[in-house]
Write a protein that binds this ligand. Structure first.
Ligand code: MRU
Length: 368
C-alpha cells in the first residue's frame, strides 16, 4: 500500500538483502532497516520491529533463508527453526511458515538450500499478498451489502462505519492487511466508509499504525480510545466490526490482540455484525477450544506502565504513566469464542465460525 505516493510492502528483497520497515518508530519516523543474520530476524520479531501474524511468518521465512546462507547443515536448519520459533508464542503463522521452510529444505542437498530458501520465502510473501487481496474482495461484498441497505434506509448518504482493533493492516501482513483489505477495496470502489481505529493499549498499534496507514491511503477515519467502542455501538454509530486474528481454531474460536473479546461482547449486545478477517495460515487445525488451548503471550509490564509518543521537539520518547512502584500484568492477546463471531472472511470466501463452516471452505485441511 502507499506511503505518500510510493508503493511499499512491509518486507522486501533488495538484491541480496532483506529489508523491513522498522515499525517501532512509526508514525513519527519512517525507518527502513536491513536484516542479515538469523539473530537479526529473531530480534526483529521478538522486539516487534515487525509484528502482525502474517508478517511474523514472512519474516521468519526470510530468517531461515539467512541461516541457510550462513550454514546449510541439518543442525543449523533445526537450530534456526527453534530460535525463530521461540520469538513469539501466539501467532500460528510463525510455526506455519517455519514448517513450510523446513519441509522444503530438509530433503534438499545442502548446496542448494540457501537459494531454495530465498525462493520459498519470496513465494510465501507473494502468496500472502494475493491471499489478503482475496480477503478484501470477499469482505468488499459484505460492505457493499451494508452500503446498499443504508442507501435504501433513512441513513442514505451516510458512510459505512467500520470499527477495527489493533493493526490488522498492511503493516501486519506483507501487503493489503487482513481486516483493512475490505476497507481499502471499498474505498477504491468508491463506497463511502469511515473507520474507527481503537488505540489498542498497551502498545497502541491502532493509534500509531492503523491511523497512519489509513491516513496514507486517504481512508476517512477517527482514532478512538479503547473504551469508546461500546458507547459508539450503543448509539448506532458502528455498522460493522472487522478485526484480524493471530490464531483461529478449527472450530472458529478467534485469538487476537487483547481487548478484541470486549469488542465482540459489545457488538453482540448491540446487534453489530462482528467479522474476523484471516488468511488460512492463521487457522490452527490442531486446536479446537481456543480458551483452553491457545498460548497467550505475556509481555513486559513496562509496555503498560510506559507510553511512547512524539515529544515537543519532534523526537520519539517514552514516558512513565504510573507510580514508580506499580507493577503491571500484560497479557497481549485474548480469545473470542466462536459464538460471538458473525463470520470469518478468508481468501476462499466468508464462512460461519464453526468446524462445519471452516471445513466447507477448507475440506483438504479439515480432513487431514
Ligand atoms: O502484537 P501484534 O502487534 O503482533 O498483534 C497483532 C494483532 O493482534 C493483529 O490483529 C493480528 O496479528 C492479525 S494481523 C493481520
Amino acid at each position: 500500500m502507499k506511503v505518500g505516493t510510493t508503493h511499499y510492502r512491509s518486507i522486501w528483497r533488495n538484491g541480496d538483502e532483506v529489508r523491513i520497515i522498522d515499525q517501532r518508530w512509526l508514525p513519527h519516523e519512517f525507518r527502513v532497516v536491513t536484516l542479515r543474520s538469523t539473530q537479526d530476524f529473531a530480534t526483529a520479531i521478538a522486539d516487534m520491529w515487525v509484528r502482525g501474524a502474517p508478517l511474523i511468518g514472512a519474516t521468519a521465512a526470510y530468517g531461515m533463508a539467512a541461516s541457510m546462507a550462513d550454514d546449510a547443515s541439518d543442525a543449523n536448519l533445526n537450530a534456526s527453526y527453534d530460535t525463530l520459533h521461540a520469538t513469539r508464542p501466539t501467532a500460528v503463522n510463525l510455526r506455519w511458515a517455519l514448517d513450510a521452510m523446513r519441509a522444503l529444505l530438509a530433503p534438499l542437498p545442502q548446496a542448494t538450500r540457501a537459494e531454495a530458501a530465498l525462493v520459498k520465502a519470496a513465494e510465501i510473501c507473494d502468496e500472502d499478498v494475493e491471499t489478503n487481496r482475496m480477503i478484501g474482495v470477499h469482505g468488499l461484498d459484505l460492505i457493499r451489502q451494508i452500503a446498499a441497505a443504508k442507501s435504501a434506509a433513512k441513513s442514505a448518504g451516510e458512510p459505512v462505519r467500520l470499527l477495527t482493533h489493533c493493526n490488522a493492516g498492511w503493516l501486519a501482513t506483507v501487503d493489503w492487511g487482513t481486516a483493512t483489505s475490505p476497507m481499502y477495496h471499498a474505498h477504491e470502489a468508491g463506497i463511502p466508509i469511515h473507520v474507527f481505529a481503537d488505540e489498542t493499549r498497551p502498545r497502541n498499534q491502532g493509534a500509531l499504525l492503523t491511523a497512519w496507514e489509513l491516513g496514507q491511503h486517504g481512508v476517512p477515519h477517527d482514532l478512538i480510545v479503547d473504551n469508546a467502542g461500546g458507547h459508539l455501538m450503543q448509539h448506532g454509530e458502528v455498522d460493522m466490526v472487522i478485526v484480524g486474528t493471530d490464531r483461529t481454531t478449527a472450530q472458529g474460536d478467534v485469538c487476537n490482540k487483547i481487548g478484541t473479546y470486549l469488542k465482540a461482547l459489545a457488538a453482540r449486545d448491540n446487534g453489530v455484525p462482528f467479522y474476523v478477517a484471516l488468511p488460512s495460515p492463521t487457522i490452527d487445525w490442531t486446536l479446537r477450544d481456543g480458551l483452553a488451548e491457545i498460548p497467550i503471550e505475556d509481555r513486559d509490564g513496562r509496555e503498560v506502565t510506559h507510553v511512547q509518543g512524539k515529544d515537543a521537539s519532534g523526537a520519539t520518547a517514552d514516558v512513565q504513566i504510573s507510580p514508580d512502584t506499580t507493577s503491571a500484568r500484560n497479557p497481549a492477546f485474548d480469545v473470542t469464542p466462536a459464538r460471538l463471531v458473525t463470520g470469518l472472511i478468508t481468501e476462499r470466501g466468508v464462512c460461519e465460525p464453526s468446524a462445519a463452516g471452516l471445513a466447507a471452505l477448507f475440506p483438504e485441511k479439515a480432513g487431514a
